[in-house]
Each structure stands twice: as C-alpha cells, then as structure tokens.
Design a binder for this molecule. Sequence first.
Ligand SMILES: [Zn+2]
Ligand SMILES: [Zn+2]
Length: 123
Amino acid sequence: MVKRSVEKEIKNGDYGRYPKMKKRGSDKPVEEIVRELKKPVFRYGDYRERSLRIHGLVCAKCGREFDDSNRHLLTVHHKDGNHLNNPPDGSNWENLCIYCHDDEHSRDLLGAYFRNEEKDKPK
Ligand SMILES: [Zn+2]
Ligand SMILES: [Zn+2]
C-alpha cells in the first residue's frame, strides 16, 4: 500500500515536468510567426509608388493635381488606418495631399478627444 502511493507520487511528478518542457520548446516558433506577421509586405516607398500609379497623381479629397515636380506632396493614406494592410490592388490606399492627409488625421484625433471629454463629463 505504502509502496504504491510513493510510486504514484513519482509518476505524478514526472507528469508535471514533461508538459512544461514541451511548452517552453514550442514558444519560440510562435514568436517567429508573430514576427513574420508584423513584417509589412511593402515598405513605404514601395507601396507609395504603387498607389500613385494605381490612383494617379491627384488628391482624392480636394482634387488637386500633381506632377513629377511636386509629387512629394502626395501621401498615401490607409483607409482602415492599418499601415500593414496593403492589398496590391490599392483598395486600402487613398492618395491625399499632405494638407488633406493632415486634416484627415487631426480630425480623428479631435473626434477621439471630444468623445473622451463626453465620457469624463459627470452626468
Ligand atoms: Zn488634398
Ligand atoms: Zn493616413
């Protein structure tokens, strides 16, 4: 009786150790996968050129047209706000001049600011 229970204890102890070691070993590949997912498919210069080619040298908001001499004033805006979402067909890109792009983002910030204000207000 006593012998049996000691054997059981040893077995249980081993059981507790093995899964832990297995888990530690499997952590590394997951980290690598996450790093792969975070890597942008296009670097900024790459998708900017592509977006300009797809949508043309014109601001999608104010309609201002640009040419090779001032194309640096055009920026690529991500419609869903996710800079890592770069479908090659350009469906998440919008060419905006730096003024409209600024406007687009400052309005986001202002909107969030006002929403927070409202939340903090005592009712
Ligand atoms: Zn514009
Ligand atoms: Zn943007």
